[in-house]
Design a protein around this ligand. Sequence first.
Ligand code: CA
Length: 372
Amino acid sequence: MDRRTFLGQLASMTVGGAVVSACGGTNTTEATDGAPTAITTKKIRWRLASSFPRSLDTIFGAAEYMADRVRAMTGGSFDIRVYPGGELVPGLQVLDAVQNETVQIGQSCSYYYTGKNPALAFDTCVPFGMTARQQQAWLGEGGGGELMAKVFSDFGIRSFPSGNTGAQMGGWFKEELGGLDGLNGLKMRIPGLGGDVMSALGASVQVIAGGEIYPALERGAIDATEWVGPYDDEKLGFYKVAKNYYYPGWWEPGPSMSIYIGEKAWASLPVTYQEILKSAIHEAGLEMQRRYDARNPAALKRMLEQGVTLRPFSEDLLAAAWDASNQILEDYAAKDPGYAEIYTHWKASRADQFKFFATAELAYANFAYPRG
Ligand code: CA
């Protein structure tokens, strides 16, 4: 059968209720829910607004990777153009841009939008929350995703977890901290709930955009800053002006990045493209994590060769931070029943995860990591 005859036969044909485009559609396959659907070559072009700059080639790079995979799997028919923060919309307005249909798809962190709903923090991470694997398990299989979907439905958005930095570092301090007392009056750049906790512990918290942190640290306008981890931190050069590199970043033990898709945009996709996009989002999330895990060790080694000293936060600081963090979450839960429902579920899941990870994973790490 030649192509024209075949397409002619397809013209009046739909499969499983899915739209078969006029310019293609040659086969049936199965969506992951088992429903039959049609392969299509429908031309679709979307724009993705990211919150992140191109220089974060781990995070922003994962959005480009996702778009590349979608193009490859659709023979170029589904084309997602990826734009860095500030190019289409300001970096912290990506959720708004997807909600109001300025763009069909966005890449962001939900904890940027806690002003709209404090419970959005659980989609990313909260201080002393779960690690990357634990957060992925809670969102993907542990019931957290369903709870977050209810929050996102208020915005007309579908949110997909897509990548994680892994446990972040505590950041760069010009002077050695000592213990908890060292935070008194310390001027530190740290946004979000981590900043609220540091403030409760006596620090003078500053919120400064990425590009302005280095000069502020260099001239002493701030005494300390956190960012991400070795690979990203090295690029901003903090090690040149602050030699004490503290850990862990207990406020971000496993922040999960999100891909947002507007409900209308999602519904407009052929089912085949929805399935391809879901797979590409998932794959890009794995790509982000493996880039971090592959690049962080080498970056840390390079910076240690430049005279950087690794320092753990003291026990008294960590204990006070744990108490202050829990108090902040409890206070939100007391004010907001919707928040309380998610917090209660999340807290029970965290307890279960911590108990399990405290066995084989922890015993292995404690013994083997220092010896490797
Ligand atoms: Ca951080």
